[in-house]
Write a protein that binds this ligand. Structure first.
Ligand code: ADP
Ligand code: MG
Length: 292
């Protein structure tokens, strides 16, 4: 069994993951971080997990290394780990931290690897992805303490195996794993499309987990959307939190992720979950536990 049951977590944060396209779009990034900072300053307990695939691709291209992905997972030879870690937890994390500090957010930039309570194991996925890990459980120490003191962890998806080997974690997978072990009240996977699209290109408003394999087999869900929906299903099932896959460009997705009027994809937790009745539809309703 993975993770901390929601009821045992002292502060149930909202875990938000943003992808590479946002980080590369200066206008959208400015606007999103303004809205994120408003929520953080109001005391909503938040965790920001970031990708940065495009920045990594550019760096690898500069040093003459070909980028390979399969099912949305970056194939990661061990020799590339220092390069990937340098881009994600050096360049991308530092620039996000700067942007949040300029907005008076008490943010701390870390990697998944920095919390030794979080267990990361090699990803088993039907092909050999190289140095790729996945969060399989544990009891967070550092991240929980930061959230409890009103800080926003900004987390790069670099993990570490128990023997000290650094591994790359797909950022959606990292956010999903963190949502599980932190007992999150909601997980938002924000990307450059308004949600998971069906074969006609329309947003699937409610995605039940038993539909996911068929949509992947049929090729409707492909590429980077595969780890997103798989992570969403896993987080919803294991931690009982609803997961929203939506567009970072839509202010409603951040402000009211679960409202009926918000156009995004919700992966609901299983109906027997105790979380179902307690999750607010607006982000700001979640703020009462953490006003530090
Ligand atoms: P991020 O950086 O946010 O993780 P990704 O590029 O990894 O973004 O994943 C989002 C992309 O997944 C979309 O831009 C789209 O091209 C692709 N995608 C594949 N199948 C779907 C689908 N069914 N619905 C929406 N997006 C999809
Ligand atoms: Mg992605």
């Amino acid at each position: 069994m993975i993770g901390t049951p929601r009821s045992e977590s002292p502060v149930e944060p909202i875990v938000i993951k943003v992808g590479g396209a946002l980080l590369d779009d200066p206008v959208a990034r400015f606007d999103f971080l303004d809205r994120f900072a408003d929520a953080a300053r109001l005391g909503t307990p938040l965790v920001l997990v970031h990708g940065g695939g495009a920045a990594v691709d550019r760096h690898l291209d500069r040093i003459g290394v070909e980028t390979r992905r399969r099912d949305g997972i970056r194939v990661t030879p061990p020799t590339l780990m220092p390069e990937i870690a340098a881009v994600l937890s050096g360049q991308v994390s530092t620039s996000l931290l700067s942007d949040l500090r300029r907005r008076d957010v008490k943010a701390t930039a870390l990697r998944v690897a920095d919390d030794e309570g979080i267990v990361v194991e090699r990803l088993e996925c039907g092909f050999d992805p190289g140095s790729v890990g996945t969060v399989t459980g544990g009891r967070p120490k550092l991240f929980g303490d930061l959230i409890a003191t009103g800080r926003v962890p900004v987390i790069a998806s670099i993990g570490m195996l128990t023997d000290g080997t650094p591994v790359n974690v797909n950022a959606d997978d990292a956010a999903s794993g963190l949502a599980r072990v932190l007992g999150a009240r909601a997980l938002l996977l924000l990307t450059d499309v308004p949600g998971v699209l069906d074969e006609r290109g329309e947003v699937i408003r409610r995605l039940e987990s038993d539909a996911v394999d068929r949509l992947i087999d049929d090729g409707v869900i492909a590429g980077g959307m595969i780890p997103k929906v798989r992570g969403a299903v896993h987080a919803a099932a294991q931690s009982g939190c609803p997961v929203v896959i939506g567009g970072w460009a839509d202010p409603a997705v951040l402000a009211e992720p679960l409202a009926d009027s918000t156009i995004a994809t919700v992966v609901p937790p299983p109906t027997h979950s105790p979380a179902v009745e307690t999750v607010p539809t607006t982000l700001h309703n979640a703020s009462s536990q953490n006003s530090a």
